[in-house]
Design a protein around this ligand. Sequence first.
Ligand code: SF4
Length: 446
Amino acid sequence: MKSGGDGPKRFHLTTFGCQMNEHDSERMKGMLGALGYVEAPSRADADLILFNTCSIRESADSRFIAHLGEAKRLKGEDPEVVVGVGGCWAQSVKDEVFERYPFVDVAFGPGQIHGLAEFLASDSLTAQGYFGLEGFAGHLPAHRERPFQAWVQVSQGCNCVCSYCIVPSTRGREASRPAPELIAEVGELARDGVREVTLLGQNVNSYGRDLRGADRRSFAELLREIDAIEGIERIRYTSPHPKDMKEDVARAHAECPAVCEHIHLPLQSGSSSVLKAMRRTYDRSRYLDRVALIREHVPDAALTTDIIVGFPGETEADFEATLEVVDEVGYDGAFTFIFSPRRGTEAATLDGTVPHPVKRERMGRLVELVQRRARERAQRFVGRTVEVLVEGPSRTDPSRLRGRARHNKTVNFDGTAGPGDLVEVEITDATSQTLLGHEVLLSRVG
Ligand code: SF4
């Protein structure tokens, strides 16, 4: 039931897209909490209906528009309701959002979440848009979903020009947060009970290049400084670019106890000519060279990746090249996508469209290979005891617990631990997705 004047105002927030959006939504909730808002269980109960949007693919847009329809209906029933749209989709349609969706009261880009607070504090009667590309959501208070895990935004934007990607136009050029500020923030989080931090950036391992003087650290130096913070047991990061995966980062994985044995290294394609058309700035051998570097320093590291199938001009031979790299690397997991042209990107204008049935058939072969190799790779954990950070009850069997190994593998196991606990689990079985086992020793309590 809406506040109806007495009691705190209520908001409902729907988040679409990547971990950076999840992070931004935690900041949006923290900011609204600081403004006295409380979270409503449904849109129908909210005085403020919010969306944090993604625009990575056309399908993301259409999925969001369906949800926006409900907000329009609810505002039609109660004109007092405020509708706000943030994130990459809002930034990508900034010039026409209010014309196309006149029931939207406020819209703001990924770097402008504070604009929402400005709008809510003002008694503006007209719709307001906030679309500057500068600004870190990381400066805002956060409402964390789990008290023992935290996202830490280390940079915003991307200087790359991948031909299929809209991110540089919705999140701007790379801007890194000063290292002393980040170290202080992680120190604060550790004192607040956080054990695992995930460092976020569109191109996280090019962190620091734009910083000067005392603010400047390389990504590897930042990992080492965070590793030294008392209470931080685990450090993860996403998303790195293969061109910036340097020896100093691989060494940090090998030498820093808290830096986890998992690296997400997006491949996108195994064909050098397709990688060129994607403007990924590395070719197949350079990519495999990065994999070899990682495995030289962290032989047991889990490697995951992103792959696009059906990029314009992709031939059967190009696709075979992708399968060869997947087979050679043996990923622990992969996110696989069928290419869809993104309005406003170079790739959307390229010739050589691959027919959809061909894309689907290739996707089928790719997924089969990825899962087979991931299952084979996962067998190395059977019989081993791994450290697991407990997240809660298993999603598939509530009588069991679920957590994450340092290799970023989901572990479902029998045990007595609680969320936030670090426990030793003996692995008895492994699928391509998850490890199964039982708790051995309650090593440390949260
Ligand atoms: S590296 Fe490429 S794919 Fe990733 S955000 Fe930047 S432009 Fe997009």
